[in-house]
Design a protein around this ligand. Sequence first.
Ligand code: AMP
Length: 277
Amino acid sequence: MRVFQTIEQVRAERGRGPLALVPTMGALHAGHLSLVESARKKADTVAVSIFVNPTQFGRGEDLSRYPRPIDSDLEKCQATGVDWVFNPSESEMYPPNSAGIMIDLPALDSVLEGKHRPGHFRGVCQVVAKLFNIIQPTVACFGQKDFQQLRVLSAMVEALDFPIEIVACPTLRDPDGLAMSSRNQYLSPTDRQKALSINQTLFAAREMVGGGVKQASRLITRMQQDLLAQHLSIDYVAAVDPLTLKNVEVMTGPTVLAIAVRVGATRLIDNIVVTPV
Ligand code: AMP
C-alpha cells in the first residue's frame, strides 16, 4: 500500500486506468471498510483519502476533538487491500492565502443538515471537488448513512460534469442497530444506550409504514415522541423525497426518514428509506 501526503506524489503515480476513491475523515470503522469493498468491485485500484476537512465544520463543532488515529487507520486500509491512501496536511489542501471557493446547491444544501450546520455542504463540496481533481477517480463511493451528502455530491457531479460514477453504499450498523459512526466513540455507555433509540425509532416508523401509514405527519409525531421519551435533544425529524429532499406530506413512493439528535454533547444522524405499501 502506498501512502501519499502531497498532491505532487499523487499526480506522479496516477495513470489513466480505472480508480475507485473512498473519501473519509479517518477514524475508520467497518462502515468505511464496506465502502472499500464496494470500491474494489468497481476498479482494480482503490484509493482512500483520510482528511479531517476543516471547512465543513462550523464554529463550535467538534473539529479539534475529532479523532485522528492515523496509524490504526493505515493498518485497517492495508488489511482491507487498499492500494493508495492520500493523507494530506491541512496546508497541502488549503495553502495559506489560497482563494476559497464556494459550491452552492441551494435547493439541496439549505435543508436538514444544511439548515442546522450552515456552510457544511459548501465545505464538503469544496473538499470533494478538490479530491476529485487531485486523484481523478473514475468511481467514488459514499455511504447512505449521510444521505444528504450523497445527494448533494451526486448533484454536484452532474452539475459540473465530473466524469465520475457515484456509488451509493448501504449503512452498516452495529449488531444492536446503531449506525456506525466515528462519533460513536464520544458516547459514554449510558449515552450509547440512549442513542439506540435513534435506530429503534426509525425501525418502528418503518413498521408503521409496513402497516399502511402513508401520512408523514403521523410518522414524524411518533418519531419525535419516541426520541423525547429517551430525553434526546432533537435537531430535526423529517420525511423527505430522496431526490428533491423536499418534505413529503403523503408518501407515494420511496421516502427518506431522517433524524438528527444530540446525545449529550454528541450530534448523531441516521436515516432509512421506506416505501409505502
Ligand atoms: P466520514 O469519515 O464520516 O466523512 O465518512 C466517510 C464515508 O463513509 C462517507 O461516505 C460516509 O457516508 C460513509 N459512512 C460513514 N458511516 C457509515 C456507515 N455506518 N455505513 C456505511 N458508510 C458509512
